[in-house]
Design a protein around this ligand. Structure first.
Ligand code: IPD
Ligand code: CA
Ligand code: CA
Length: 261
């Protein structure tokens, strides 16, 4: 696909950050034995990837605003456009040597996401979409799955970790969906969970307590792949809400009914 100049800038930035993360990931795999300093090492890898992204994206488009997980928000001269960036989504996986993490970049224009890139650098899978141009993984156009029955469907979610207060709610949702479907997965990267819905690997995904940088790129990739994506409360704006429910267009209604109760 011939993407816009902005999309090409995003893909180039994602590849550069991905290269740096892959190099550091090999090192983390070695560090597992000693564990000493692995956490510090990973947070340095994360910050280094964000710096690469900032240099590439703001270097190419100096007037756009910036919102990223590590460095926070910086308004741009152009108040209508901003990059929304998670340099490393799936940090816990990365730290544990699990090859399931991604770079996520979205471009917002006048409050709407117009382009998204999610790069799974360990598997060299580049997911991307632009408004009106479909969703892609590397050279292949992707579409949400065609499965229509809940009982044949696989769903993904995020499980609360540490002492997070959303555990009872999550357990209630799991009790509702597990008997009705073929399986629930918790793979640990919100961005890749959405990319996998877009690629037809899962039928749907839901999670709460997320941030704009976890969801922004995924939303446009799912929608351009023919899927539905909403905030858990349909009245909310998805990226601001920090919640998401998405799925293929056939399953979405039933899936959302089960999760929303
Ligand atoms: C996390 C991942 C995870 C989700 C967490 C996120 P991070 O992002 O997307 O799947 O369950 O809520 O915070 O911290 O690895 O960038
Ligand atoms: Ca994240
Ligand atoms: Ca992150």
């Amino acid at each position: 696909m011939n993407g816009s100049a902005n999309l090409n800038v995003m893909i180039k930035a994602a590849r550069a950050a991905g290269r740096s993360l892959v190099k550091d990931f090999r090192e983390v795999e070695n560090l597992q034995v000693s564990m000493k300093g692995a956490g510090d090492f990973v947070s340095k890898a994360d910050i280094a990837a964000e710096k690469i992204l900032k240099d590439e994206l703001r270097g190419a488009r100096p007037t756009y605003g910036w919102l990223a997980e590590e460095g926070g928000e910086e308004p741009g001269e152009d108040p209508t456009r901003r990059w929304i960036v998670d340099p490393l989504d799936g940090t816990t996986n990365f730290l544990h040597g699990l090859p399931h993490w991604a770079v996520s970049i979205a471009l917002e224009h006048k409050g709407k996401i117009v382009a998204g890139v999610i790069y799974d650098a360990a598997k060299d899978e580049m997911y991307f979409a632009e408004k009106g141009a479909g969703a892609w993984m590397n050279d292949t156009r992707i579409r949400v799955s065609g499965r229509q029955r809940m009982i044949e469907s696989v769903f993904a979610t995020g499980l609360p970790f540490g002492g997070r207060s959303d555990l009872p709610m999550t357990l209630k949702e799991l009790a509702q969906i597990m008997p009705a479907c073929a399986g629930v997965r918790r793979w640990g990267s919100a961005a890749l969970d959405m990319a996998y819905v877009a690629a037809g690997r899962y039928e749907g995904y839901w999670e709460r307590r997320l941030n704009a940088w976890d969801i922004a790129a995924g939303v446009i990739i799912v929608k351009e792949a023919g899927g539905f994506a909403q905030a858990l409360d349909p009245a909310d704006k998805i990226v601001e809400s920090g919640t998401v429910i998405c799925g293929n267009e056939v399953i979405f209604e039933n899936f959302a009914k089960v999760i929303r109760g």
